[in-house]
Design a protein around this ligand. Structure first.
Ligand code: LLP
Length: 422
């Protein structure tokens, strides 16, 4: 459920009519609904009511805007971060360092040190180790500071998540985690290092999962591993179950609800006696945002007309990268429909959002949105074709604020230099 709906024939985000934002801020622009973020944060937490001890770390890669992080911190969420930059954002948004989990397959030694030094040397909450050497480096950095770094070992369970290959992470050929059969021996070696408080294991098998079965299979495997590690005398107090829950992109998409997910988790983890950690991203942010765009031209095509909009693949990369579907809806629909291709201005055929799609009829100058763009939208934007970096607006009831400026080509040009020997 989200808070984008037509009222008197005009699409609103909560109580704000989208044409008002287009007028004030220009297009393209991402528009987020604070009420939707809050609702998703609560529904996800309520879904896990059957899990006695839990830690919720929003995967900020999905939407790292500072205002979004502030809002989710107020909902009691910590952060799952995958770079020093994301860590800096979480801290800047006021998320407590102790609530930050540092994931990522390529954390540099400098980034690991930043994690230890955060919070005036108090350090972040947890490091999710991706390989043995990383654990050794972290242990040495921590020992040099007189610390024991809280850490878990990310395991690759070799489960097919049944999602797009580019966002699947839990197969043995993927770059993530350590092979589950090697995990016990590696755990024993790392747990012996004085600089590490190796307290558990982590898993994340992929994103936009439409079926709970692969998750359940992966959780069962990690449950067996926990039992094996405990049998070997290790103390396992934390298990990080990752993120991955899918969201509906099309009106008839059916996705497992957070309640169904939570019920599965409660059933599978019954008796684990550990703090369970979750890293939801898309399920919190996806349907909380739209990309508002204006039609530049409707260009006659050989098969279908091309609706050329002022948003492009540099603003919303998902269709070009993953053949992703984002619903296209007119802000002020006339009631008639058309079949069209939808494309942006970037000089690549890949800059196409949809082919032969049945959409609201639109004409030059009309406003429309791409829905379900709150996750992996603005954060994946670029300035390709020297287009501006797309701005972001947060709506809360009848108020709105620009929460990220449009970064213009002039600003980008100002950061470049022509050496004096040219
Ligand atoms: N935890 C880890 C370790 C992850 O790698 C990810 C996502 C998450 C949590 C959050 O997963 P979520 O709940 O959002 O599914 N750009 C792609 C998605 C990449 C996801 C990468 N990892 C897209 O636009 O579909």
């Amino acid at each position: 459920m989200d808070h984008f709906a037509h009222r008197d024939g005009v699409l609103h985000c909560e109580d704000v009519a989208l044409p008002a934002i287009a007028e004030a801020v220009g297009t393209p622009v991402y528009v987020y609904s604070a009420a939707t973020f809050r609702r998703h944060a609560r529904v996800f937490r309520e879904g896990l009511a059957g899990v006695p001890r839990k830690h919720l770390a929003y995967a900020i890669k999905a939407n790292p805007n500072l205002a979004v992080l502030r809002l989710l911190a107020d909902e009691g969420y910590g952060a799952d971060v995958v770079s020093g930059g994301e860590m800096a954002r979480a801290l800047a948004a006021g998320m407590p360092a102790s609530e930050i989990v540092f994931s990522g397959v390529g954390k540099t030694p400098a980034e690991l040190a930043r994690g230890l030094d955060a919070n005036n040397g108090g350090g972040i909450g947890q490091f999710n180790l991706e390989l043995e050497e990383e654990g050794e480096v972290l242990a040495a950095l921590a020992a040099a500071r007189g610390l024991r770094a809280p850490a878990v070992l990310r395991v690759n369970p070799d489960v097919d998540a049944g999602t797009h290959a580019k966002i699947s992470t839990g197969r043995k050929e993927n770059k993530f985690g350590v092979p589950i059969d090697q995990a016990p021996a590696m755990f024993a070696r790392l747990a012996a290092l004085p600089g590490l408080d190796l307290r558990g294991v982590a898993i994340h098998i992929g994103s936009q999962l439409g079926d709970l079965a692969p998750l359940e299979a992966a959780y069962r495997r990690i449950g067996q591993l926990v039992a094996e590690l405990r049998g070997a005398g290790h103390v396992i107090s934390h298990v990080d179950l990752g993120g991955g829950l899918g969201v509906p992109y099309k009106p008839d998409d059916t996705m497992p609800s957070p309640a169904a997910y939570g019920a599965m988790v409660a059933r599978v983890t019954d008796g684990w006696d550990a703090e369970l950690m979750f890293e939801p991203g898309r399920v919190i942010a996806g349907n909380a945002g739209v990309l508002l765009t204006r039609v530049i031209w409707v260009k006659p095509g050989v098969v279908h007309p091309y609706v050329i909009v002022d948003a492009a693949m540099n603003d919303l990369a998902r269709p070009a990268l993953y053949d992703a579907w984002h619903d296209f809806v007119a802000v002020s629909p006339s009631g008639t429909r058309m079949v069209a291709n939808i494309a942006g201005p970037v000089c690549e055929s890949g800059d196409t959002f949809a082919m032969g799609r049945d959409i609201d009829a639109v004409a030059s100058g009309d406003l429309a949105v791409f829905r379900t763009a709150g996750a992996y939208g603005a954060t994946m934007a670029s300035t390709y074709n020297s287009r501006a970096l797309v701005p972001e607006v947060l709506v809360d009831g009848d108020r709105y604020a620009v929460v990220a400026d449009r970064v213009t080509p002039e600003t980008l040009i100002a950061a470049e230099r022509v050496p004096d020997w040219l």
